[in-house]
Ligand binder design. Structure first.
Ligand SMILES: *Cc1c(COP(=O)(O)O)cnc(C)c1O
Length: 224
């Protein structure tokens, strides 16, 4: 399938889902995750009208950025090693995987401007997942006040890899509750208005639970 066809289907899914839960589809930003696919396929996504691309490894991000540059906004969605920050920081629009103070420190040091970040949370409790334990989040975010180049625009999570829709939904719902708690703090460096959650297999549930940024790879650009 062409990216254009896939994108049309997903856009319709977004509209239908939003209608069900009385949300405005314009509140949902689709990020095309190009980590599995070629530069050509990523360009096809741009030609289909997609403006947001996501990569999870610095090498592959730089490879694609070399070819595509600022024709897209770039979202860094994977674990970011501190030593790689200097390579990517000038070119990424948003980081979705802020999960430790040492990383915040490095971003703050290397950035020439404020970097919008999502704080990644492990809402499923699975050992294999990165991200902060929900109980640590408020303290973590308060600590970020020292790092003036970081703006916390939201929270990010990955749902557990299970069939049970209730468990997936609960993971998204707990991210939203945490987001609401942080908003209550009224921190200027952490407006925390967004929720980055939902992938190919669970984005409709994520939208029902309030997602503002969905990260879609295989269903949108394919897996090659
Ligand atoms: C790969 C990846 C995605 C997209 O996964 P699909 O299931 O192919 O849609 C989304 N978010 C993160 C963090 C990823 O690593």
């Amino acid at each position: 399938m062409s990216v254009k066809q896939n994108f049309e289907t997903i856009k319709q899914d977004i509209v239908d889902t939003c209608q069900r839960v009385d949300r405005d589809p314009d509140e949902v930003t689709t990020i095309a995750v190009t980590k599995y696919v070629s530069i050509e396929r990523a360009n096809e996504a741009i030609n289909a009208g997609i403006t947001e691309l996501g990569e999870n490894r610095s090498e592959e991000f730089l490879n694609k950025y070399d070819a595509i540059g600022q024709a897209a906004n770039w979202h860094f969605i994977g674990t970011l090693q501190s030593r790689k920050v200097k390579d990517v920081i000038g070119n990424v629009t948003t980081i979705h995987s802020l999960d430790r103070i040492s990383l915040a420190k490095e971003i703050n040091k290397r950035a020439n401007q404020t970097i919008p970040c999502f704080v990644q949370i492990n809402t499923s409790g699975e050992d294999s997942k990165h991200g902060l334990d929900p109980s640590e989040v408020i303290t973590f975010i308060e600590e970020l006040s020292q790092y003036s180049n970081i703006k916390v625009i939201g929270l990010m999570t990955m749902a557990p890899l299970v069939e049970d829709e209730t468990m997936i939904r609960q993971s998204f719902r707990s991210l939203k509750e945490l987001r609401d708690d942080i908003q209550q703090l009224n921190l200027s460096f952490a407006p925390c208005q967004h929720l980055s959650m939902g992938m190919s297999h669970d984005f409709k549930i994520a939208i029902e639970e309030g997602a503002t940024h969905i990260r879609i790879g295989s269903r949108l650009v394919g897996q090659e």
